[in-house]
Every structure is written in structure tokens, then in C-alpha cells.
Ligand binder design. Sequence first.
Ligand SMILES: Nc1nc2c(ncn2[C@@H]2O[C@H](COP(=O)(O)OP(=O)(O)O)[C@@H](O)[C@H]2O)c(=O)[nH]1
Ligand SMILES: [Mg+2]
Length: 323
Amino acid sequence: MENHKVLFIGPVGSGKTTAIRSISDIDCLDTEAQVSDVTGRRKQTTTVAMDYGRLTLSEESRVHLYGTPGQARFRFMWELLSEEIAKDCAGVVMMIDNTRNYPMRDLKYYAREFANVIDNKRLVIAVTRSDLRMRPSVEEYHGLLKELGKEAAVCFIDGRRKSDLLSLVELILEGQCDYSEWATLKRLAEAEQKDMEFSSNGAELEIDEYQGEQVVIKESVVNGLLNIEGVLGLAATDANGDLVTSSLEGSQLENFIALVTGIVPDQGENSSLGQVNNVVFRDRHENNLSVFVWEGMALGVVSSRKTSTRMIRQQVNDLLQWG
Ligand SMILES: Nc1nc2c(ncn2[C@@H]2O[C@H](COP(=O)(O)OP(=O)(O)O)[C@@H](O)[C@H]2O)c(=O)[nH]1
Ligand SMILES: [Mg+2]
């Protein structure tokens, strides 16, 4: 019996769980939890541990499918999966959701986070939700991969279509597996999904046109953040140091300005938005001030002491990508 492994990585909502479920011929491991944060606007549950599914190709050949949780707060699982599962996997499928605000930043981020795995494995970029937004285009992704010095096929797929996913697995296993019935398998899948409706379930999401990869703090991001329980206010400055938005007053605002014009220590790369530095301060009123700095811009979020600052960080990331 040949056992092949394929690892699925990528941001929340890009379709990893859906993909693995659609091609698995066994019931999938369920490590989904209800989402309680801004992710909930996009989907009801999120993977907390990992996805696992299995695809039997023939009596001699099986494919084991593993999916990582998307949110960076479950990063410990990424390390485990890259160390244990990825070392002998046939290849990696990186799923990218084309409707996020900065999908190419996601690609860069996951390429960096999983560099030790993908540097010596076959990599396929699977772009989903292109039914909702066409750009970035295949050419734009190719350009980015070239810039990064990475070789990978770029496939625009529908993450819900089994036949599309079979094509991805076929690409990964090409030359590594003797199975030759892919065409039949895909035809069967197409027949199965013939009567299924793949609605563009994004109509209610109001997805903006692609604006390029320059991070901007949109009004919807500000409102989204202010709606989070425990968030008391925020302020942001642009690359020139000018205040672009603020709901802070008095000493809180002064603190924020003083901090961003001063020196913010480097806390490492911890976000798909590139080099985002994040430090947390506690103010006189025992509230937390989380400061995020990237590419000269700064965002300060004041939250009550009871609210987890890690949660705030995740929400800032999700909102900047989705808001
Ligand atoms: N419109 C559209 N929806 C998709 C596509 N691919 C996946 N989805 C939906 O997007 C959501 C993805 O969620 P999930 O699989 O949990 O993503 P994960 O966080 O990567 O595991 C599901 O509701 C899918 O039905 C696509 O290509 N187009
Ligand atoms: Mg998932």
C-alpha cells in the first residue's frame, strides 16, 4: 500500500476544511468550534486543531489529507504539523481566499511561516472565491511568486467542487504516484456535483473591488473594532505620523501619540500583513493599549483589562483582511 500525504495551509475561510471534506471518503475528524469573533461574518465555525481526511485511489494507493487551522492563534498546531506531518508529505496546497483585502500578503505570510516545508516540497497555490472577486489575477500571483523565488502552479478553483480538488491532488502527486485513473475519478465527481448548486454566497458580504496590497484602515475596520466587546476606543496614524482617525481623548490619545512617535520595540513578524509590530501597555486606568505598527502606520486600540489582548490582535488582523 502506498500512502501519500498532502498538507493544506492558508488563511481562515479559504476553504481548507471544505476541500478536505469534499474529497475524503471517510468521515472527517471534526475539530471545528463556533466562532465568536469577526470571523463569524464569513463562516460559522473555525478549525481549532486540524482537518484530516483520506482519499482512496485504489487498493494500492491512498492519500491522507491534512489541514491546518487558519488563525495565527493556533500557530502551535502549525509547528506540530510542519514538523510531524509535512516532513514526508508529497506536497502542499496553499489555499488563498481572493476576497480578503490583501490576498497576496496572505501568500507571502504563509510562504514565510511554512518556508521549511515548502522550500523542498511541491507547492500548488489554490485561489478560491474567485467567483466573488477576480483579482488578484493569475498573472499577479505568478508575478509575486517570481519575486519570492518560488515555483508553484496557480489554480483558480471553487473550493466546494470535488472535481477541482481532485485536480489539485493530481498535480501534487504527478510523478510521485502510479495512479492513472484521475480522469475517470473527476468525471464521476462532476456527475455527482452536476445538480449541486454552488451559489455565490458572498452577495451579502459586499466585497469591494481589489485595491492593491497597500494596507488602509477603512471606516468599516474602525467600526468593526469599536464593536468588539471590551474595546473602548482607538486611534490611527498614517505613514506621515498624522492622525487619521481617533475616538480616544485626553491622556489616552497623548499616550498613543507619544508611543508611536517614540520607539516601538520590534516584536517580530506575526501577521499576514507583513511586519506588524505589536506592543501592549497598561494605562493609568488599568486599561490595555495595544499598539500595532506597520509600514510607518500605527493603530492603537484601548481595551478593558479583562479583554484578552491576544484576541484583540487576532481581531485586528481579521478585520484588516476582511473589514
Ligand atoms: N463562493 C465561494 N465559496 C467558497 C469557495 N470555496 C469555499 N467556499 C466557502 O467558503 C467557506 C470556507 O470555509 P472553510 O472550509 O471552513 O475554510 P477554512 O477556514 O480554510 O477551513 C465555506 O462556507 C465554503 O462553502 C469558492 O470558491 N467560492
Ligand atoms: Mg478550517
